[in-house]
Every structure is written in C-alpha cells, then in structure tokens.
Design a protein around this ligand. Sequence first.
Ligand code: FAD
Length: 502
Amino acid sequence: MGTMTEQFDIAIIGAGPGGYAAALRAAELGRSVALIERDATLGGTCLNRGCIPSKALITATHTIDTVHRAAELGVQAHVDGIDYGTLRDYRRHVVETMTGGLAALLAHRGVTVFHGAATDLREIAGTADAETGANLAVTVTGNPVERFRKAQAAEPLDASVVIEAGDVILATGAEPRPLPGIPFAGALIDSTQALELDEFPASAVIVGAGAVAVEFASMWNAAGVDVTLLIRKDRVLSGWNRRTAATLTRELTRQGVKVVKGTAVTRVDTGANLGATVHYTRDGGDEQQVWGEIVLAAIGRDPNTRFDWLARAGVTLDDHGYVACDALGRTHAPHVWAVGDIVAGHALAHRAFEQGVTVAESIARLDPKPVDETTVPQIVFSHPEAACVGLTGQEATADPNLNDVKETAYPMLGNARMLMSGVGGAMTVVSGERADRPDVPVVLGVHIVAPVASDLIAEAEQLVGNRVPLAEAARLIHPHPTFSETLGEALLKADGRPLHTR
Ligand SMILES: Cc1cc2nc3c(=O)[nH]c(=O)nc-3n(C[C@H](O)[C@H](O)[C@H](O)COP(=O)(O)OP(=O)(O)OC[C@H]3O[C@@H](n4cnc5c(N)ncnc54)[C@H](O)[C@@H]3O)c2cc1C
C-alpha cells in the first residue's frame, strides 16, 4: 500500500548511450521498457556534456583553422573574432536537437521514461511475481517523479515510485575525475564546465593527455587561446601506437600548444584572484609553476557506481569502482546487467551503444556475441584527428597466438589530399598471422593521424573486426583522390606490393 508501483519487462537506470541504446533495442524486440533518468534531458554525458557539445565547438574552431590557412591558398579571409552568443546558441541548438530527437524516438518506440533518480534496487521478497515474472524492484525518487509516454507530456506521479521488472540494466555512466587530492574549485574546472564557459579564456593550462585533454588543447589553441598542456609521459595518448601518439604530439606543438612533458602536478592555487596557478615537478626535478586563466583537469573519468544500494543489491565493483561483470554485461546479481562507462574498458559512446544492444538481445535470448573490446575504434577529434582500432605492434607481438607480426608505416605526404590539407599525419598498419590460420596474414590493427581519421577508421574496423586477410583487404579499390587512399596504399605496402610508395 502507499507507494505507487509500475511493472515492466526491463528497467534501465541512466539514459546515456548505453541505457538508451538498450531501451531502443529492447522495445524493438517487443519488451516493455522503463528508462529512468535523473537529468532534465535524455542522452547522458554524450549528448549533454560530452561528444556532441564538444564536437559543436570543434566544428566552430575548425572554421578558424580553415580561415587562418586561407592566405596560403590565395584566399583572402580574416577572423575578426568570435561572437560567443551565437556560438553558445549554435552549441545549444545542436544539443537540444539531439536530445529532443532522442526523446521523440524513445516515445515512438514505446519506451516509458521516468524522470527521477534511482535510489534503491532490491529483489522482491519471495519468488518472482507469478504473472509478470518480475523479481526486481527499483525505487525512483523525484520532486515528483515524472512519467513520459507516447504523447511525451510530463505526467507528475508521487515523490517515490517503485518499478518492478524482470531485468534491470545499470547505465549510470561516469563523471570527471579530480586531480588526486585537489578538488575542482574556482578556475580549476572539469570538462563539463569547460564546455559551458561563456567565452574561451585568454590562457589555459590543461592537465591530461587523453582524448578530452587533447581535444580541448587543439580546439582552444585554434581559437587563439594560449594553451599549456601538462602531460606525464613524453607524448599524448601514451597507451596508443607510439608513432601515432608522437605524430599528434608533434602536430599540437607545431600548431602552438605548449606541451610540457614528464610533469606531475603537486598543487593548484585557485586563490581569490583571477585564474589559477598549477605547481608541478618535471622529471622529478624542482617544482615549477604555470598560471592559466582557466585550468582544466582532464585526467580521466570515474564510474558513477558509489551507490550504497548497488552493494546491497549484490552488485560488486572492482578496485576502481567499475561494475564487475562478464563479457555480456551480467553482474553478480541475477538479472542485473551493466553497460557503458561503468564497465571497465574504452569509455566511448559507440561502445556503450553496442553493449546496450547486446544486453537487450541477451535478455531476449538472441544469444548475441559479446562486444569485442579489441575492435572498438578509438578517436580523438583534434586537428588533425587521431583514430585507431585493433592491436598495436607491441600488443600483437606479445600475443602468443599471433605470428609474423609486421608494422607497416605509410608516408602520408604521398597522398594528394594530405598534402593539400597542410597538416602532418601518420598511418600504421599492423598485420600478422593467427595461430589458428597460419600463412594467411590478416589486418590486426590500424593507427591513423589525419584530418578525417575518425571517418577512415570505420573501414579499418571492418577489416580488423572481420579478420579480413591482408591480401583481400589490399584488393579493395579506394576512390581517388581521397584521404581513404592512405589506408589503401598502406595495405598494399603491407601486402608487399606498394603502388605509389617505395
Ligand atoms: C568532453 C567529453 C567528450 C566526449 N567525446 C566523445 C566522443 O567524441 N565520442 C565518444 O564515443 N565518446 C565521447 N565521450 C565519452 C562518452 O560521452 C561516454 O563514453 C558515454 O556518454 C557513456 O555512456 P553511458 O551511457 O555509459 O553513460 P552516460 O552518458 O554518462 O549516461 C549516464 C546517465 O545516467 C544517469 N544517472 C546516473 N545515476 C543515476 C541514477 N541513480 N538515477 C537515474 N539516472 C542516473 C546520468 O544522469 C546520465 O544521464 C566524451 C566524454 C566527454 C566527457
């Protein structure tokens, strides 16, 4: 008695890429779905404060890059400044169009959205509900909880609603990680705040060497911000193929980003004055300092899993707070699944989509293949972009099931479009033979720095994911003159018959 209860086949907590993809696929498979989201809008980090707003801003700063280069091509053009009001409206318009479109699509598929926070998850005492099979209950708390069905109009319910379901999918995402012992405060901000700044700062110190740090460095630098990038190693993207990472580091430096290598941040003064001062040591030496109007810490993200109700429900976490689960997303609690950034691995939207789809299909007993972590493409939307898929040469060499591993580097300036683009690049193809199929070299990994690497990597993913023999891959025709020919030429070279290269 008292609390309002609703029943669904599946309850999903979190409406980011992992949760909403699971909802869309489950609804398509005929399941009734409750999608629970605490934010006012759907789409999670990706649509609201990640992929989409960052790429909207990057689209704007690419335009600045293009204008800056115009004179070299004989075109007279000049950047007179940035109208920040228009830029903000553009970013918001893109985000609102995407989140609104998502809400409409979910409604169209028949997914019921609950606006409120999941605050409890428990097994229903006794056996499963005889009629519906539901044996899990999620409590949703709101002010009040609102329900959105087909008509998409908000239906206010109680302050607390219980959703009973046969399966629960956890998709609560991640949040920016602060520097160890140094909380975000004042001018020391996270990526969410950085995307919302009214104006680009005159100077910025960025701490980090991953995708988010590099994207902001590239974007702000293009807009004329004095950018200092503090990295721990000797290159950005240090977990990537060395040549790719070194090439991108060099390009950033060439374009004016001050990349400071071998640093460890010791302290950040965010005093009452404008800006913040970052204190750091370099290669273990004396402390140095650098001031920025803004200091962006982008050293990674932590999973949103520190809920006491998760532990009570029998969901276990690893040492870093990621949900412990098998390759199909099954947690230690029966009928509770996990997808997206709360699962250790590549924290990327397209991986979350695929995990969401896979879990929905597992629940529908379609027996899907688990998501293969090694064929998730990784991308950085800097200028030029970086992208990779599959193994690095080092990883492939260390794998006892792979033989005759080869790394083939293609000189990008042999490509006409690369030459015209005015930026440097790199392309490395890793190939080798699998123990179960000797004498048939396959494409194991592709690593790219190029203006459109994020698009080029899609073809590479097909080759790596489908274990395409190198000889067949190298037969594919690439349209001329395009950036995609760089991959074609690299494959030909890897196959021992280079065409436009030596
Ligand atoms: C600046 C930035 C740029 C990025 N750019 C890219 C990119 O270009 N490409 C790419 O692939 N990835 C990018 N990412 C990463 C991408 O955003 C994430 O990998 C993706 O959003 C993860 O999806 P998710 O569903 O796991 O979680 P999220 O998108 O984080 O969504 C989780 C949702 O769960 C909700 N939630 C949490 N707890 C509760 C609760 N108790 N009750 C109800 N709701 C709850 C949250 O409000 C949130 O909406 C970027 C990230 C950042 C920060």
